[in-house]
Design a protein around this ligand. Structure first.
Ligand SMILES: Cc1cc2nc3c(=O)[nH]c(=O)nc-3n(C[C@H](O)[C@H](O)[C@H](O)COP(=O)(O)OP(=O)(O)OC[C@H]3O[C@@H](n4cnc5c(N)ncnc54)[C@H](O)[C@@H]3O)c2cc1C
Length: 446
């Protein structure tokens, strides 16, 4: 046994899972990717994370970090290296009732957070799925059902406990290590392993939530009207337009507008939602008052062999008519990808551009295409997908790291605007000069 491994076995308090072990098969996979790591480590404390990081560095092994395991690029596993699986660091604790401060373990999921905070009348704007991890989603953004009122998930982070690449525990906040605090809010897992986040939660009532569906043939007018309306809609309203869902019939699928209205006042909610109802012929409307935690989907793992190709980009106001036209055409094609367009703006765009490392605050919309299925079907869909993105290219900008299966240099350049990348590279040089944390949309130390 190598001395690095001996030291790990001495210092590490959690499970060490290796090929042949009982849990190896499930531990080596993420929700979307499979791998064959040499060691999967399940830390029980920040001290265990330190031991795991030091082991990977001294053994010269590739290091993956797994939070909720939902990252589309599959960074949460690897072949032959070390996976630090944070799933046991999942406590959710209210640490200051007056200020609604909540400490959340770096491996918690958003379902665990919503369930713990709901009984206290609190919530954190996050994503739309329970099984998605707090870590991955927050470090690169976090566009959820309250995003227009409370901003990105990362806008609600007030501090973090981080194990850096040299195995030290560092605290990051506006007061302590502010450059690291800036970098982890948008720069993904490049700068350290977050063992705990401190969030400022917000009070929540039950909220109005559901979908309004229109015939597929009205998709273009509905999307244009929806985008125009969301520009001036109250910030209590957050909305996502979905087209061509394969579960609802692909190109014949109705145009679905999901809405979340942050409040329980029926009159105000109707005033905010009715302009959407008037966009076309409503064929379904299931909006109802629900606890915030019930608005989140369960998620869960797709069957083995299912692949994803996920691409994303941001849309500024002047490009909306062009993208409406292109997406309406794409939706009607023979084998369309799922197309989802999320309204952003609101609280996201009020945070100064340089306050965090998230790069696309002035966009009105974030659009995502998802091709999903067995490998041959996804491969067959690729040329049509390329054509759609070639048409979109002149009218969109950037990329949202959380909705990307690829991880090229070009992707990093799309995620991090040039000035942001330069500043991130300097923080990387300070906290991870050897680029140990490289399984991410990588920022190279400079
Ligand atoms: C079904 C589904 C629904 C989704 N819905 C939304 C949504 O509504 N809004 C949205 O914004 N995004 C959404 N996403 C995208 C999601 O934000 C990303 O997939 C994200 O990477 C998931 O985080 P994770 O911790 O579950 O993933 P993982 O695969 O565990 O982590 C991905 C990477 O993030 C980094 N990381 C994770 N945790 C830590 C940590 N504690 N410290 C340091 N680095 C860490 C590591 O680099 C890790 O490899 C969704 C994804 C799926 C699959």
């Amino acid at each position: 046994m190598s001395s690095a491994l001996e030291t790990l076995r001495r210092d590490f308090g959690g499970d060490i899972i290796e090929p042949g072990g009982a849990e190896y098969e499930s531990a080596s996979r993420t929700v979307v990717a499979s791998g064959s790591p040499a060691h999967v480590l399940r830390p029980q404390s920040a001290g265990d994370v330190q031991a795991g990081v030091r082991f990977a560095a001294s053994a010269g092994l590739l290091l993956s970090v797994r939070g909720g395991g939902h990252g589309f690029a599959g960074f949460g596993t690897n072949d032959g290296g070390v996976v630090i699986d944070l799933s046991d660091l999942a406590d959710v604790e209210i640490i200051d009732k007056e200020r609604h401060l909540v400490r959340i373990g770096g491996g918690a999921t958003w379902g665990e957070v919503a369930a713990a905070l709901g009984p206290h009348g609190l919530a954190i704007s996050s994503g739309d799925t329970k099984s998605v991890g707090v870590g991955g989603l927050t470090l690169s953004g976090g566009i959820g059902w309250k995003v227009r009122k409370y901003g990105l998930a990362l806008d609600n982070v007030v501090a973090a406990e981080v194990v850096t690449a040299n195995g030290e525990v560092v605290h990051a906040s506006a007061q302590k290590n502010p450059e690291l605090f800036w970098a982890i809010r948008g720069g993904g897992g490049n700068f350290g392993i977050v063992t705990a986040f401190e969030f400022a939660a917000h009070p929540t009532t039950d909220i109005f939530f559901g979908k309004i569906a229109f015939p597929a043939s009205q998709a273009a007018t509905v999307l244009q009207g929806w985008a125009d309306y969301m520009r001036s809609a109250p910030e209590e309203l957050t909305s996502v337009a979905v087209f061509a869902s394969p579960l609802a019939g692909g190109s014949d699928a109705p145009a679905e507008i999901y809405v979340a209205f942050d409040g329980d006042d029926l009159e105000f909610a109707d005033q905010a939602i009715d302009p959407i109802r008037r966009l076309g012929t409503v064929i379904d409307d299931d909006i109802a008052l629900k606890p915030y935690s019930d608005t989140l989907e369960d998620g869960g793992a797709p069957p083995p062999g299912i692949q994803f190709v996920v691409r994303s980009a941001f849309v500024d106001r002047e490009s909306v008519p062009d993208i409406v036209h292109i997406l309406a055409e794409a939706r009607a094609s023979e084998q369309p990808p799922v197309i989802a367009v999320r309204s952003v703006g609101g609280a996201v765009s009020r945070v100064p551009d340089d306050a965090t490392a998230y790069g696309h605050r002035q966009a009105e919309l974030m659009l995502v295409t998802i091709a999903v299925g067995p490998k041959p079907a996804v491969e067959a869909a690729r040329p049509a997908l390329e054509t759609i993105w070639e048409k979109l290219a002149p009218h969109v900008n950037g990329a949202y790291a959380n909705f990307l299966t690829s991880a090229t240099k070009e992707d990093a350049a799309a995620i991090y605007p040039a000035q942001t990348y330069k500043r991130l590279a300097a923080v990387k040089r300070r906290y991870d000069p050897g680029n140990l944390l490289a399984r991410n949309h990588n920022v190279r130390p400079q």
